[in-house]
Design a protein around this ligand. Structure first.
Ligand code: NAD
Ligand code: WQD
Length: 343
């Protein structure tokens, strides 16, 4: 089976390409390299001993995308390509809606033209907005006006676009995967997250403090109603997440129509617990100070992942210590990320 992975040179995409190759799939990648380096895929090929066909194409270029589908025949698409910086999306909403929404519509049109009927889509726990209760099941409300930024709204809009598309084309199959907080890296330390500039997310920030590139972590809020006052999240190892995509492809082959799964561990860890686990994994002290809350943040968010277990047979197997140990291995082996990152 031949899978097209859009955004495949990025963080989650590169880990998923590796798992797909190891599971015996043939893999092609479309990416415009706006937030990644082709070096990630060179390393995936080295680690697996298998080739990946790479197409530097922008999803906003429908004819470029069509040419890819003319050259190769695909059995399914895993669609990661998108912009994902929450803060940036507030300042550049049109860029985010155009890239994420129009890019996905272009992809669906090309898939339809070429009779490719299965798509796995990167959604996010951000579609739940401010949770009414925890843990979050897939049937929790997703109200667009409770989502605090254009990035998150683009994900919920795309869930509806894909649902409507499938309803009009009942032979098509869509898996909406709602990721919680992906962290860590492949156990080899060869691929991992390579953020642009100063990281916005907790784990990359903590790793850069541990490696000495940033002086101290600012903890956003110490007065939430949580176990220790700091924010609680469901961190999930990126390798578990990648494996979830391979299992979602199997599910789509049963022609289920639209399926939606939370991909999380079901465990909530506070910022202070993450800091302490990272100190243990790295042997470094993480300097931090507690500052005011970050606008748009919620106190706590974690998944009920039981539907993915019962329907996909998928369970996140790697715990917080392994997430930190693997994240640290990647960071310490690659303190400046990928060489010649295409950014
Ligand atoms: P990433 O930035 O590392 O990967 C996204 C890839 O898409 C990049 O390689 C980028 O170059 C490419 N891309 C962006 N726009 C494109 C376009 N128009 N045409 C072609 N390529 C394009 O991000 P990631 O963390 O690997 O995230 C992958 C997907 O998962 C994204 O859709 C993101 O919104 C979603 N997601 C991520 C997280 C997270 O915390 N990392 C959580 C939930 C959902
Ligand atoms: C985690 C916790 C912060 C940085 C974001 C997106 C979400 C999804 C995943 C894509 C929170 C605290 C963080 C720092 C801190 N992405 N923190 N100091 O906000 O849960 O989710 O990434 O879909 O849409 O919103 O993740 O890693 O930014 O924050 O104290 O420097 O760490 O307040 O409690 P978040 P995060």
């Amino acid at each position: 089976m031949h899978i097209l992975v859009t955004g495949g040179s990025g963080y989650i995409g590169s880990h998923t390409c590796l798992e797909l190759l190891q599971a015996g799939y043939q893999v092609s990648v479309v990416d415009n390299l706006c937030n990644s380096s082709q070096e990630s895929l060179a390393r995936v090929s080295r680690l697996t001993g298998k080739k990946i066909s790479f197409f530097r194409v922008d999803l906003l270029d429908p004819s470029g995308l069509d040419e890819v589908f003319q050259k190769q025949t695909f059995d399914a698409v895993i669609h990661f390509a998108g912009l994902k910086a929450v803060g940036e999306s507030v300042g550049k909403p049109l860029v985010y809606y155009q890239n994420n929404v129009t890019g996905t519509i272009n992809l669906c049109e090309v898939m339809q033209r070429h009779g490719v009927r299965d798509i796995v889509f990167s959604s996010s726990a951000t579609v739940y907005g401010i949770p009414e209760s925890l843990p979050l099941t897939e049937s929790a409300p997703t109200l667009i006006n409770l989502i605090t930024n254009p990035y998150g709204r683009s994900k919920l809009i795309l869930e509806f676009v894909l649902r409507d598309w499938q309803a009009a084309n009942p032979d098509f199959n869509v898996a909406l995967l709602r990721y919680f907080n992906p962290v860590g890296a492949h156990g080899s330390g060869e691929i991992g997250e390579d953020p642009n500039g100063i990281p916005n997310n907790l784990l990359p920030y903590v790793s850069q403090v541990a490696v000495g590139q940033l002086p101290r972590l600012k903890i956003f809020g110490g007065d939430y109603e949580t176990k220790d006052g700091t924010g609680v999240r469901d961190y999930i190892h990126v390798v578990d997440l990648a494996i979830g995509h391979v299992q979602a492809l199997d599910r789509l082959r049963q022609n289920p129509g639209v399926v939606t799964y939370n991909l999380g561990t079901g465990n909530g860890y506070s910022v202070l617990e993450v800091v302490s686990a990272f100190e243990k994994a790295s042997g470094q002290t993480i300097a931090y100070e507690i500052v005011g809350r970050r606008a748009g943040d919620i106190a706590a968010c974690y998944a009920d992942p039981s539907l993915a277990k019962s329907e996909l047979g998928w369970v996140a197997e790697r715990g917080l210590d392994e997430m930190c140990a693997d994240g640290w291995r990647w960071q310490s082996m690659n303190p400046h990320g990928f060489p010649m990152a295409g950014k």
